[in-house]
Design a binder for this molecule. Sequence first.
Ligand code: HPA
Length: 275
Amino acid sequence: MSVLIEQLQQSLDFIRTRCNKQAAIGIILGSGLSNLANQIVVEQEFPYQDIPHFPLSTVEGHTGRLIFGSLGGVPVWVMAGRFHFYEGYSAQQVAYPVRVMGMLGVQTLLLSNAAGGVNPAFQVGDLMIIRDHISLFQVNPLLGKNEDVLGTRFPDMSEPYNKQLIQLVKKLAAANSIQLHEGVYLGVTGPTFETRAEYKLIHVLGGDAVGMSTVQETIAAVHAGMKVFAISVITDLGIREEENTITHEEVLQAAAAAEPKLTLLFTQLVQQLPA
Ligand code: HPA
């Protein structure tokens, strides 16, 4: 058995000896978006540092625990706090918890993130459903020997974000009068925010929003055969002509302000999915 598979098995064993409940839905919460975790009726919590082989989260705004509980009455696994490539983890480490979720039985993965808007129609606080992504800059987590037990060598990426889930969330948003954009997320490594020239380039390349997460997790989830739904909270505007300084605090604040919309959508979404 490869080292990776052995490690995954040990992580799984650790969790499974303490919690043998089943959930088909996994949720990963982005920067400043961990409040959804407060809506969860927690049955079991695992600080990341307790789980063998889990990386540790270091960024402010990330509380760092894997939760089993129910959201709106539906069982879910939730990662409150994620791992980013810019923290110094390898792409494979960033993808690791997604693989653990897959082994725990997760079939649908919901992701949220904070992102910079480069589509001129976007405003701070808007939500954007990720229809597709561009990963020209984030290292692919599947580089290296393929573990056939995890997935195929050359995964198809024609529909990384499940179309049915997108349609469903659009309906839920309309029913709740929540305005949504839909667009392309361009993944960068960070940790610098982009220069003006880079924001412009990202838009020219076909990006509507830019962020430092999500892509590697989505790739690992697609590899594992999961359905993925992802949504960005637009926390800053890269295309602004003047005064384009952006701070992490501003990003966290904007994310927190938009979070109730996201919590409502995720709660209603999980209630429509097979548990
Ligand atoms: N760029 C990259 N990542 C981000 C941004 C941004 O403007 N905002 C939030 N995450």
